[in-house]
Ligand binder design. Sequence first.
Ligand code: FES
Ligand code: FE
Length: 438
Amino acid sequence: MTNNTDYHQFIDNDEGWVDRRIFWEEEIYEQELKQIFAKSWQFIAHDSMIPNANDFYTTYMGEDGVIGARQKDGNVRVFLNSCPHRGNKFCFADEGNARSFICNYHGWSFGIDGKLGALANEHVYDEGDIDKEKWSPKQARVETYKGLIFATFDQDAPSLDEWLGDFRWYLDMMFDNDGETEFIDGGIKSYVNANWKFGVENFVGDAYHALWNHDSGLKAMNKGEGFGPAVTENSYHASINGHGWEFGTDGYADVVIGGSEKWLNYVRDIIKPKIKEKYGELRSNIFGSLASVSLFPNISFLPGIQTFRVWLPRGPKKLELRVFTIVNKNMPEEIKQEINNACMMTFNPAGVLEMDDGENWEGNTQVNKGYLTRQEKLHYGCGITREIEHEELPGIIYKGQFNDANQRHFYTRWADLMNADSWNDVPTRYRPRHTKNN
Ligand code: FES
Ligand code: FE
């Protein structure tokens, strides 16, 4: 790989294939850290995770450790969790409430605003040895969308609003269907020996695997009923700049997988009518259909099942998965608990469905150890001729529940960013929204 590498050579959207080396090669991974993770808007935390002044949460943007901290004025700052003295992390906690952080090695302290403060044994320094403003950890740009806090270290990146673009047409259904959302307290971390993109692409639109991979688990949970027949009518894939939503428009609330009748009834009787009133019939029909979503580059969620997950890269061959349950703040406690129980039973490391997937993603990744194996391509051609024009749905739209369309477009966006020297080089990968259903 050189600086002149054209990353579009690794993905062919017309023939429908992806080069396996993008799941294995160190050089490609290093380019991802620079071109994808240091440029894109990254999810940091939900507002509800750090509601009070001095609350903080530590996470990663690519492999860069960061702290997201609520300030006295209510804003959130995000800064590198690395001491500018010799580099050690200065916060080892996952989360907490603190007025400052003190580095273990020599005792430099940092305010909750990320600025360098007092130094232990400051007398060893002479006047002028250190400019504290200059030697504070790097700060990111921070913006929020309906309770989700995002950050980027790229000063030239488009605004978060632009980054999400018309994908907000879909996102509003999930994050603003009946007031504010919140994450249920606590999240679960796990590690999978797989490339981070296999998690993202699974959720961006791989309903196909559920027919086979989850069939047994689904039957065990659902009184002998598996995934059900293939739904190709009134089912779609929508892609907008690499973000993807796979859904149906039949209006069924079939979110009962691993869930409960009470939750199903709540979706049908409370949430769908609210969406209809606020956003119209089409989106009310979409919500509650079996749907799957990823936001470029590394967030996924399942509307209706309510799992929310972040795929943090740990080298090309390992990922850290952080999983949360998202609910509406004003739901009855009993419903929140039903949803959380369903998520625990299905989409977490001890859940019935997560185990099925993780094992496969590890297999997909680790086979590439074979030099010859990794020269072969992977097939992404399902439904490649099924692109349609739809007068109401924004995005690049493909018909059918089973289709590699969103995955193909995710990798196209990936290659766009991997190649780009500036944001002017990054093309818009969808037709702007039709005016009819604004
Ligand atoms: Fe942090 Fe020296 S490395 S104080
Ligand atoms: Fe799965």
